[in-house]
Design a binder for this molecule. Structure first.
Ligand code: SF4
Ligand code: SF4
Length: 135
């Protein structure tokens, strides 16, 4: 998987070569939870019945979410290869939750690590305490 890094080896948060946050999170997978990308009444896609029918599902409580597909449980509107080149097929009418994503924030960083786009940080070393025998 392509991993873009700057000269200082810091990840480059380039959404068009990522797509990690468009995939269900590990903590959700662990409990078989697939209601990841909510579509609320004010979202523009609600006015596109053909897209609603094809791309969303409604749970028992009447709440609507984007369908997830494949082993990566990716949003069905995501095209391309994760970590290489991706795009949102419904970018102009994507749900509000997708518009609030901030590249480089904590959730973004976690999602990228979960999908193998960035490596996890090395474990923090606890400061060694001085130990000495004194008279
Ligand atoms: S995980 Fe971060 S860099 Fe990747 S698509 Fe989402 S916001 Fe962009
Ligand atoms: S609607 Fe678009 S931006 Fe939102 S999760 Fe799906 S692919 Fe990503």
């Amino acid at each position: 998987m392509g991993r873009k890094k700057s000269a200082a080896s810091e990840p480059v948060f380039d959404c068009v070569s990522c797509g990690a946050c468009c995939c269900n999170r590990d903590q959700n997978r662990e409990i078989d939870y697939d209601e990841y990308v909510e579509v609320v009444k004010t979202d523009k896609i609600r006015k596109r019945p053909e897209l609603m029918e094809k791309l969303t599902f409604t749970n028992k409580k009447g709440e609507v979410h984007m369908r997830l597909v494949g082993v990566n449980q990716r949003c069905c509107a995501l095209s391309g290869r994760l970590g290489e080149s991706v795009s949102c097929d419904i970018y102009e009418v994507r749900p509000g939750v997708c518009r609030r994503v901030k590249a480089g924030d904590e959730e973004c960083r976690k999602a990228r690590i979960e999908r193998g786009i960035d490596e996890p940080p090395p474990p923090k070393r606890s400061k060694a305490k001085a130990s000495s025998r004194r008279a």
